[in-house]
Design a binder for this molecule. Structure first.
Ligand code: ADP
Length: 246
């Protein structure tokens, strides 16, 4: 196991991985990589690696869970046994059950659920490698996978966290910063609608620090939103180009 570092920010203001306070980790997004799913996406956010598969809208199983006036969105967040340094049990933990709920609630406002009564969509999130901020990376990828499934949406949902390490407010905490740091504020956001769909806080911040962290997270979200749109465009532009060639 890694030793707990004494300082998370050095004298030059750089973090353990060399980032500045307001710098995101590198993000890579890909859409439509699981042909067997109706929609899919893959995200690498720093060292996080997360795969999402979406099925539906389709008939609900079991049927009694369906609703007569709207579609049901189900979400399963799961960490692979090899996703963390010590083997994690493949059985769902309390944390995974809670994150599944939190992620579902942050995605639901973006989907036109009333267009498909009596149906359901399933969002399966597999964390292949975890390094802090997996709920945010999972939301970003899940929203892309829902779009890839062709499900009508109000906007994409994008998520990013900010927080406090030592005595500085920083963007996008990685695992050590998350664990050793003072506070973590994950935010999910629909940029076109200017609406927040998730806001949590783990730790303690004074109101001014909270405001700084929140604003920083929203700015981070806006940067990732541009990458989300590029990822969708890349898939469908390539598909269109192939069509023209054939
Ligand atoms: P998030 O991933 O959204 O930040 P948490 O704050 O609960 O959610 O978790 C922080 C980090 O702790 C995770 O990203 C992961 O790197 C690590 N972690 C979570 N569960 C485990 C576990 N069972 N074993 C080891 N590390 C874990």
């Amino acid at each position: 196991m890694n030793e707990k570092p004494e300082k998370l920010i050095d004298k030059k203001g750089l973090r353990l991985d060399g980032r500045k306070a307001d710098e995101l980790r590198p993000v890579k997004l890909e859409v439509g990589i699981l042909p067997n799913a109706d929609g899919s996406a893959y995200i690498e956010h720093g060292k996080n690696k997360i795969l999402v598969g979406v099925f539906g809208p389709r008939e609900m199983h079991p049927k009694h869970l369906s609703l007569s006036d709207r579609m049901v969105l189900r979400c399963r967040y799961h960490m692979a046994p090899f996703s963390v340094q010590e083997r994690k049990s493949p059985a769902p933990s309390r944390r995974e059950v809670e994150l599944s709920k939190v992620i579902r609630e942050s995605l639901e406002p973006s989907v036109f659920v009333d267009l498909y009564p009596r149906t359901g969509i399933d969002v399966f999130i597999e964390v292949l490698q975890a390094d802090g901020g997996t709920r945010c990376a999972a939301i970003t990828a899940a929203s892309l996978a829902i779009a890839d499934a062709g499900i009508p949406m109000r906007d994409l949902v994008v998520a990013c966290a900010a927080g406090k390490i030592d005595d500085t407010v920083v963007l996008d905490l990685m695992d050590t910063e998350d664990k050793v740091g003072v506070a973590d504020v994950p935010v999910a956001f629909m940029p076109n609608l200017n609406a927040i769909t998730l806001l949590q806080m783990d730790g303690v911040l004074v109101p001014e620090e909270f405001e700084d962290a929140f604003n920083m997270a929203v700015e981070g979200c806006k940067k990732i939103y541009a990458m989300q749109k590029d990822a969708l465009r890349n898939k469908y532009m390539v598909a269109k180009e192939q069509e023209v060639e054939e």
